[in-house]
Design a protein around this ligand. Structure first.
Ligand code: ADP
Length: 490
C-alpha cells in the first residue's frame, strides 16, 4: 500500500508531545511491514537540514493559492528514522513556519490551513495513486475536505487519527474563502460549523465529517469522546459518525526509547536483563542526577512526572504530590514546561518554596536528554491527568523500570493495571478521584509496596520492563483498518 501521512509533528525533528512520537513509531513500523510510507511535515525554521542524511531538494518551486495570490513553496526530501520524509517549505511572506516553534502563534489556524492546501497542491503534481491519506488532529484535518471537494485526487481512503479532542482549530468562514473553498457553504451543521459558535468554522469537525475512518488513540478514549464529558462539544458529531470510529492503542518507538543503548543514560539494561542489573543501572542514574542537581539519592522512592503543564495533565494534583512527597520520606522530580503563564507562575512560586530542598527537583524546560535520564532514575512515574487520550509517559516509564501511578482515564485505563486488584496484568497503581487526598492515598499505597515487599516489587519492575508496548501490534491494527477501507468501494 502507498500510505501518506500528513502531520504537524514528527519526532525527534519536530516534537511538542506524544503525536510526534506516534508518527515516527507508526511510520517506521509500516515501512518495515513493506508498505510505501511517506510523511509530509512543514519545514519549520528550527529543523536543521544538516542533521538529515542526504537531504535533497525534491521540488524547487510549486505554487499555492491564498488570498488571491500564488505563493511559492519548495519540497525537501530525506530518508530518516526509517521513514520517507517530505518537508514542505512555505515561502510565504507571513513566514508561517519561521516562528521557532510548532504551535502557539496567533495565526495557527491560518498557518495550518495554508499547509493543508499546499500539501494537496504537491500531491496533485505527483499525480500518483494513494491508497491511504492519513491525517492527524485538527492541523491537517482540512486535507480531507480539500481532497474530496476541491482537488480530485486518486486517493482510495482517508483516515483521521484523533490524538486530542481538546484542540480543534477554529476560524472564520473567510479563512476558507482565502484558500479557495466557499466558506459559507461549510458553515452548516452537517459540515464544519462549530457546535457552540455558529459563525465559526471548526477544522477538526471537517475531518470528522469527511474522513472515511476515525481512529481514537486508545479504545477507552474512543468510548469517552462520544460522551459530553469527553467530546469537547463534538460528541454529537462523533455519535453520528460512530460507525466509522474505532480505537487503536498507541505504541512507543523502541528506537527512540531503548534503555539498552540510550546514549543519555549512566548505565544500560534491557528487557532480558536480570533484575539485579536493572536495579543497579537505575541506582547509577539516580546517583548521577543526585550529584548534578543536589538531591539525596537515599530518600526513596523517587517519584516524578515528565509532562506539559496544562490543565489536562492535572497540575493541581501534581502540586499536591510535590507538597506531600518530602514528608513521606521520598523525592519528587518534575520536568515540565507550561504554555499557560498562570500555571507557570504557580509552579514558579512552588520552586521558590522548595529552593534548596534535596527532595524536590522542579525543572521548567523542554529537555529530551533529562527526560530520558529521569525515566531511568525514577521508581514511580505519576500521571494524574484529568483526561488522557492515550498517554506515552506511562509506557516509556515502564520500559525504563518506573512504575506508573496513574488516574484511571482514557489510554491510562487501557495500559495501567493496579497491583492490588489486577491478576496477571498488574503493572502499576490507579486512582480515580481528582483530589489531594486521593493522590496522597495512592502514593501511600504505592510507597508501602516499594518499602515492604522487596521480591514482589522487583517482580513488578521486571514485568513492566518486559511488557511489549511497541508499535508491532498497533501497526497491525492500522494495516487491518487500511485494508478494510480500500477493499470497500467508497
Ligand atoms: P502529550 O502528547 O499530551 O503531551 P504524551 O504522554 O502522549 O502527552 O507524550 C508526552 C511526550 O512528551 C513524552 O515523550 C514525554 O517524555 C515528552 N515530554 C513532555 N514534557 C517534556 C519535557 N518538558 N521535556 C522533555 N520531554 C517532554
Amino acid at each position: 500500500m502507498r500510505i501518506v501521512h500528513i502531520s504537524a509533528e514528527f519526532a525527534p525533528l519536530a516534537k511538542a508531545g506524544g503525536m510526534g512520537e506516534v508518527l515516527v513509531g507508526l511510520c517506521r513500523e509500516l515501512t518495515q511491514l513493506g508498505h510505501e510510507t511517506e510523511i509530509i511535515l512543514p519545514k519549520y525554521d528550527f529543523i536543521d537540514l544538516k542533521t538529515l542524511n542526504q537531504v535533497k531538494l525534491e521540488l524547487a518551486d510549486f505554487k499555492c493559492w491564498e488570498s488571491g495570490q500564488l505563493h511559492a513553496n519548495a519540497m525537501w526530501y530525506a530518508e530518516t528514522e526509517g521513514c520517507r520524509l517530505h518537508l514542505l517549505e512555505a515561502r510565504h511572506p507571513a513566514g508561517y513556519f519561521h516562528r521557532g516553534k510548532i504551535y502557539g502563534c496567533e495565526d495557527d489556524t491560518r498557518r495550518f490551513i495554508y499547509f493543508c492546501r499546499a500539501v494537496l497542491e504537491y500531491l496533485k503534481l505527483g499525480n500518483r495513486e494513494i491508497d491511504i491519506l492519513h491525517l492527524h488532529d485538527w492541523h491537517t484535518a482540512l486535507c480531507a475536505v480539500l481532497a474530496r471537494d476541491l482537488f480530485q485526487l486518486p486517493i482510495k481512503a482517508i483516515v483521521l487519527t484523533l490524538h486530542n479532542m481538546e484542540y480543534q482549530g477554529h476560524c472564520a468562514s473567510w479563512d476558507l474563502d482565502a484558500i479557495g473553498l466557499n466558506g459559507q457553504k461549510y458553515l452548516h451543521k452537517d459540515k464544519m460549523q462549530d457546535p457552540r459558535f455558529s459563525e465559526a468554522i471548526n477544522l477538526l469537525k471537517g475531518g470528522l465529517v469527511y474522513a472515511d475512518a476515525l481512529v481514537a488513540v486508545s479504545p477507552t478514549y474512543a468510548r469517552e469522546i462520544v460522551t459530553p464529558e469527553g467530546g469537547f462539544y463534538l460528541d454529537q458529531t462523533l455519535r453520528k459518525m460512530k460507525s466509522k470510529l474505532t480505537g487503536i492503542l498507541n505504541g512507543i518507538d523502541h528506537h527512540l526509547w531503548n534503555p539498552a543503548a540510550d546514549p543519555c543514560l549512566a548505565a544500560h539494561f534491557s528487557e532480558k536483563s536480570p533484575i539485579g542489573t536493572i536495579l543497579t543501572s537505575k541506582q547509577k542514574m539516580r546517583e548521577s542526577l543526585a550529584k548534578q542537581w543536589g538531591l539525596d539519592p537515599n530518600k526513596r522512592p523517587w517519584v516524578g512526572a515528565i509532562t506539559r503543564l496544562v490543565n489536562q495533565k492535572g497540575p493541581e494534583l501534581l502540586e499536591a504530590a510535590i507538597e506531600q512527597v518530602p514528608a513521606m520520606g521520598a523525592t519528587f522530580l518534575l520536568l515540565g514546561a507550561s504554555p499557560n503563564p498562570k500555571i507557570q507562575k504557580h509552579f514558579d512560586a512552588l520552586k521558590k518554596k522548595f529552593h534548596g530542598n534535596a527532595q524536590v527537583l522542579l525543572q521548567f524546560e523542554y529537555n529530551e536528554r533529562l527526560a530520558h535520564q529521569l525515566y531511568s532514575a525514577l521508581d514511580f512515574i505519576l500521571i494524574p491527568s484529568t483526561f488522557e487520550p492515550c498517554g506515552l509517559t506511562q509506557m516509556i516509564g515502564m520500559r525504563y523500570g518506573a512504575i506508573p501511578i496513574a488516574r484511571a482515564t482514557g489510554g491510562l485505563k487501557d495500559t495501567v493495571f493496579d497491583a492490588e486488584t489486577s491478576e496477571k496484568k498488574r503493572n502499576g497503581f490507579l486512582f480515580s478521584e481528582m483530589s489531594p487526598r486521593a493522590i496522597h492515598d495512592v502514593m501511600k499505597r504505592a510507597f508501602a509496596h516499594f518499602h515492604k515487599d522487596g521480591p514482589a516489587f522487583e517482580a513488578l519492575i521486571q514485568h513492566a520492563v518486559q511488557l511489549d508496548c511497541s508499535w508491532k501490534a498497533p501497526s497491525q491494527h492500522y494495516v487491518q483498518l487500511y485494508r478494510r477501507l480500500i477493499a470497500k468501494p467508497i
